[in-house]
Design a protein around this ligand. Structure first.
Ligand SMILES: [Zn+2]
Length: 241
């Protein structure tokens, strides 16, 4: 179903999603014509994001849904009409397997790899609604340490839209120890015209939500993933209820 679901019955208010958890490409797509070294780069996935999500799920007993296909096959956090839904070029790398796709081929990718992931998220949320459980949707991403010539100073960043009711106190909590640089809608904001997952699953339902980006050099190792998951968990646990 193109999703790995952890602790679907978890009792935490947090439901974690990880759109770019995996760099795997279905065998029939032949690595999209790319060498493994390209798939291993950030263009293939959000390096470290799956590990952070797994640890957070464990800490909170939180349901987590992780996409199992590379964002180069189809980007599960893009609106279906977006040009970079199935990128023909990504950060300077031409993706041969995505060149000149027919409408039928695009629809096939949507049906096979985009919808099943989002259906898995829906399943978790709908069941919780039916059970009357409160839900806070937390979307976990990672970002490159630099883009072009500019280095990114933020070890962690929150992307928000109009509802900052959780983002504001979480920003304060993350900044409180004074030893990290925390981005507030830098380098990315949450944009319903661009992003798909948080708008579709949280904004549409009026669910409280957070979208978190970790800088990839901070979460490249299992130790880094664990440390950052714990730091985020501590900050979340300090929020007023
Ligand atoms: Zn991402």
């Amino acid at each position: 179903m193109n999703a790995r679901v952890l602790r679907p019955e978890g009792r935490s208010p947090y439901v974690l999603i990880c759109d770019h958890a995996s760099n795997s490409v279905p065998e029939e797509l032949g690595n999209l014509g790319l060498p493994e070294s390209e798939l291993a780069r950030h263009i293939g996935w959000d390096i470290g994001a799956a590990g952070v999500t797994e640890v957070l799920s464990e800490i909170f007993d939180a349901p987590a849904v992780l996409c199992q296909t590379s964002r180069l096959v189809i980007d599960c956090n893009r609106q279906m009409a977006a040009r970079d839904l199935i990128p023909a070029i990504s950060d300077g790398t031409v993706v041969p397997g995505n060149a000149d796709l027919t409408e039928a081929a695009k629809l096939d990718r949507i049906e096979r790899w985009f919808r099943p992931y989002h259906d898995a998220v829906e399943n978790v949320l709908v069941r919780r609604e039916a059970e009357g459980l409160a839900t806070i949707l937390v979307s976990i991403h990672s970002m490159t340490p630099s883009l072009g010539n500019s280095a990114r100073p933020w070890q962690v960043a929150l992307s928000s839209y109009q509802d900052r009711s959780l983002a504001d106190p979480l920003l304060a909590a993350l900044r409180e120890p004074g030893d990290v640089v925390v981005g507030d809608n830098e380098p990315y904001d949450l944009d319903p015209a661009v992003d798909y997952s948080t708008p579709f699953h949280a904004l549409r339902r009026g669910l409280p939500h957070l979208q978190v980006e970790f800088r990839q050099d901070e979460v490249a190792t299992a130790a880094g993933q664990r440390a950052w998951a714990r730091r985020l968990a501590t900050a979340l646990s300090s929020l007023p209820r």
